[in-house]
Design a protein around this ligand. Structure first.
Ligand code: FES
Length: 364
């Protein structure tokens, strides 16, 4: 099964730094609802490939939802086929096949105080969150932004403007490896220790994310106030146009997978009729005939529900939901970690029923 994709026109290609370009899409009025998003989400883009037809890549939206803009930012990496193709070929007026926004790296309440950590092109979703919080929220925003050197700082000018405009609410700390070396765990912890009541978001290379997350754990940041963007790897083809797709990478082409994936308890699949209550988009639905023959996502789609998804392979978390009662067992999980699982988060595209009654929400 494949995902509905849409051909969008590129209206602008902006050179942010030597290695990073922003791509702005025009979303026609009839697709406004389909392409509605929240800060921190990503788009999946089909990049043409002579070898395989296309490769699927996820890139975070760096724009804000309230601006009405759909802008992703792509950093070119040495061996990254897709990022190099986009940099070399994409011009305003071209079209690209794109999947609707997905992802769960998003604040629940823009009025929170935010402690944001970004490493390199990890700034992309963080920029959307920071700007949204400043322009639509009311709290404080602290951004720790690590880069190799001054020339590699994406959105330097935009951040300077924001810091001037929101002088009483925004603090940006630039950390340059060329000047200070890599930030150590002790340094990150000492920094975060000033903001232990804030809600933290972390996006960057795996060692950076691990060091920050470890520091936040040591400082007893509760799970609900600690978010990190997971590596997204699309091994399948959500566009359904070619048989084979190269492994895809998300926000940071250089990010390694990390070691935080959790083990799903291997409960047996219930094959009898299962009752499932689902809360989706503020509406409550109850079904009593899930036969355990297909994953939750497919079951809900058959019932006419517009449940979120992207890869359908347990690799992106776009379909994440929370199990409030009962149990499911996942066929594959390459993105949720042990803490996510302990919180009841499951991937609907991989979830089979493991109890006769289930209560699930998508608004967790
Ligand atoms: Fe990607 Fe379920 S749709 S993990």
């Amino acid at each position: 099964m494949t995902t509905d994709s849409y051909l969008l026109t590129v209206t602008e290609v902006i050179e942010e730094t030597e290695d990073a370009r922003s791509i702005v899409f025009e979303v026609p009025p009839e697709l406004t609802d389909t392409f509605a998003y929240v800060p921190g989400q990503f788009l999946t883009v089909a990049v043409p490939s002579e070898r395989t037809g296309l490769v699927a890549r996820c890139y975070s939206l760096s724009s804000t939802p309230h601006s009405g803009r759909h802008q992703i930012t792509v950093k070119r990496t040495v061996d990254g086929y897709a990022s190099n193709w986009l940099h070399a070929n994409l011009r305003a007026g071209d079209t690209l096949r794109v999947l609707p926004p997905s992802g769960i790296f998003s604040p629940k309440d823009l009025d929170d105080d935010f402690l944001l950590f970004a490493g390199g092109s990890g700034i992309t979703p963080v920029m959307s969150i920071a700007r949204s919080a400043l322009e639509k929220g009311s709290g404080q925003v602290v951004l720790f932004y690590a880069n190799r050197d001054e020339r590699s700082v994406i959105f330097a000018g935009a951040l300077q403007e924001l810091a001037a405009r929101y002088a009483d609410r925004l603090v940006v700390v630039h950390w340059l490896e060329s000047v200070q070396g890599l930030p150590s765990a002790a340094q990150l912890k000492a920094f975060a220790a000033h903001f232990t009541t804030y809600t933290a978001f972390v996006c960057g290379p795996a060692p950076f994310m691990k060091a920050v997350t470890d520091s936040l754990k040591e400082l007893d940041f509760p799970r609900a106030r600690r978010h990190q963007e997971k590596f997204v790897s699309l091994g399948g083809n959500p566009f359904g146009e070619v048989e084979e797709v190269l492994a895809a990478q998300a926000v940071l082409d250089e990010v390694d997978d990390g070691d935080e994936e959790g083990d799903e308890p291997g409960a047996a699949v219930v094959t009898g009729p299962v009752t499932v209550e689902v809360e989706l988009d503020g509406e409550q639905h109850t079904f009593d005939d899930w036969a355990g023959d297909k994953p939750l996502l497919e079951f809900l789609e058959d019932k006419g529900l517009d449940a979120p998804f992207s890869c359908r392979e347990g690799q992106c978390s776009a379909c994440a939901c929370m199990v409030l009662e009962g149990e499911v067992t996942m066929r594959n999980n390459e993105v949720l970690d042990a803490e996510d699982l302990a919180d009841g988060i499951r991937l609907a595209c991989q979830s089979m029923p493991a109890s006769e009654k289930l209560r699930i929400t998508y608004s967790g």
